[in-house]
Ligand binder design. Sequence first.
Ligand code: ATP
Length: 230
Amino acid sequence: MLEVKDIHTYYDDSYILQGINLKVNPGEIVCLLGRNGAGKTTTMKSIMGYNHPRKGTILFRGQNISRQAVFKNVRMGLGYVPEDRRIFSELTVQENFEISFNSATEIRWTIDDLFGTFPLLDKFRHRKGGELSGGEQQMVAIVRALACQPKMLLLDEPCEGLAPVIVGQLSDIIIGLKEHFPILLAEQNAHFALEISDRGYIIDKGLIRFSGTRQELQENKENKKRYLSV
Ligand code: ATP
């Protein structure tokens, strides 16, 4: 579904991603684990097309999207939930969903499907985004991405700053979404990510230091200590 091959990404002269390789197959949740500043968001932005890699290749659904514009990637089915959520605080939850519908030809999620599948959000339907708690806003951000009819989802640190009880609800939502499309999950919180992921990668200083199944990552205490401070 997604294959990232040896990408090198910069911010002006700052050399950040120094040859990242990763893969997400259909039906998988794959996590990208790393500390603050390890390069997780830069990897997500490179895939989405916000910051194209100077070298390397990104294949999505068999097509080379390494230099493709963000809107084309979204149209092809790449859904993105950024770290800062970016929901519209002056719009209601329903309006946040409505303006996110894109011109996808194949509509799998209608407004009614979104509220039907996530009844928790139905009671906030007419509340403004800015009046919701952090956890509720995160749920809106994730569910809103479905309005773009994604074939795959990139989730950047969804549980950052959220209370443990909300993190539990988010886990259930993310596991539920796996039935519909594969997910690449960037996280600092290894405990949360490994509970719900099938496989994962550890990134540090712009390089993948370790990759393995959930079990291999859970059992590899040395790498977790070295790169994740766990
Ligand atoms: P965080 O959890 O803090 O978001 P991260 O793993 O997502 O961490 P990135 O945001 O990808 O890390 O940052 C990787 C490196 O790139 C860091 O050293 C950071 O300071 C640098 N960086 C990020 N954004 C920019 C930018 N716009 N200009 C220059 N350097 C940047």
